[in-house]
Design a binder for this molecule. Structure first.
Ligand code: NDP
Length: 311
């Protein structure tokens, strides 16, 4: 089975299911990527910061699937906002390809490129060392250049609230093709998605199972619907997003799960009744609203329900 696709504002088609690769260790991720591509996946979500792009590249090569049939995403890391092309070139070298289908700004937070750590520089008080002399608009301009040069076929953002999109959009020549966000049953982001839809920005859902250890698998409503439709709970959680045309990025290094996540979600998305989608849409508001990914950035990101850092 292969995933349905939707169109980006560039005209390119993006598969609605992609394999996530965060926390997929070298030694396992090669096999996971190879297995996924040999079994219907056409879309891999990676990032420079995941420290496994060389192994992801090996998996792509081992699959034997032609490059042009695969949609590959990577993300520039916060300490590289002043050096976008350098970051992308390193990613391309590691992946063994000469272009990306999609390049994202990983977080709207430029960090000091010359700080005390290559990825997570901190100040003496322990807070993240933000690069205050650089803006996300400056970063975006560099991304636009790579897009125009054809090194990346689309550009987008990640972890952008409406506040951050409103800071960026008045200054862009190229509107972001996507915004990759924490989106799932307990964090559906209805308002932000409505705003993005009005701008033609496609949503991508990260941590669709609740991230490490897949905690959303115990949800009662999803469990009940899995029985009604005779699919797995994971299929309900992922298929719910696919049915709403949200690009969904489940991570797994376990072959049976990789296969089941694709097949089950496509099956559930086809079968689910509108009333059950509405029911799933309401789960978070029934007291279950929860985020699983909240790095302590010392700047205002503008998300609802974001735990404000203590400083
Ligand atoms: P997910 O919600 O995809 O959950 C991954 C966890 O679920 C792993 O422990 C995996 O275990 C387990 N799992 C997967 N499928 C099943 C299944 N069918 N049954 C039971 N357990 C299952 O979490 P992530 O946080 O990894 O998010 C997905 C992807 O989104 C990332 O890998 C990354 O590509 C992207 N992402 C982007 C972020 C950003 O800032 N832009 C932030 C976070 C994620 P196992 O692997 O052992 O099978």
């Amino acid at each position: 089975m292969s995933a349905p696709t939707i169109k980006l504002n560039t005209g390119a088609e993006i598969p609605l299911i992609g394999l996530g690769t965060w926390q997929s260790p070298p030694g396992q991720v090669e096999k996971a990527v190879e297995y996924a591509l040999k079994n219907g996946y056409k879309h891999i979500d990676g990032a420079w910061a995941y420290d496994n792009e060389e192994e992801v590249g090996k998996g792509i090569k081992a699959s034997g699937v032609p490059r042009e049939e695969i949609f590959i995403t990577s993300k520039i890391w916060s300490t590289y906002h002043r050096r976008v092309e350098e970051n992308v070139d390193d990613t391309l070298k590691k992946l063994g390809t000469d272009y990306l289908d999609l390049l994202l700004m990983h977080w709207p937070v430029p960090l000091n490129p010359n700080g005390n750590h290559p990825k997570f520089p901190t100040l003496p008080d322990g807070t993240r060392d933000v690069d205050k002399g650089w803006s996300i608009v400056d970063t975006w301009k560099q991304m636009e250049k790579l897009y125009k040069a054809g090194k990346v076929k689309a550009i987008g953002v990640s972890n952008f609230s409406q506040l951050k999109l409103e800071e960026l959009l008045p200054h862009v020549e190229v509107v972001p093709a996507v915004n990759q966000l924490e989106i799932h049953l307990y964090n559906p982001q209805h308002k932000l998605l409505e705003y993005m839809n009005s701008k033609g920005i496609v949503p991508q859902a990260y941590s669709p199972l609740g991230s490490t250890g897949s905690p959303l698998l115990t949800d009662e409503t999803a469990t009940e619907l899995s029985k009604k439709y005779n699919v797995s709970v994971a299929a309900v959680l992922l298929g719910y997003l696919v049915a709403k045309k949200i690009v969904t990025l489940p991570k797994s290094v376990t072959p049976e799960r990789i296969q089941a996540n694709l097949d089950g979600s496509v099956e559930f998305a086809k079968k689910v009744e509108p009333a059950d989608l509405e029911r799933l849409d309401g789960v978070a508001a029934s007291g279950k609203q929860h985020r699983f990914i909240m790095p302590p950035w010392p700047i205002e990101l503008g998300f609802d329900n974001w735990r404000k850092p203590a400083w």
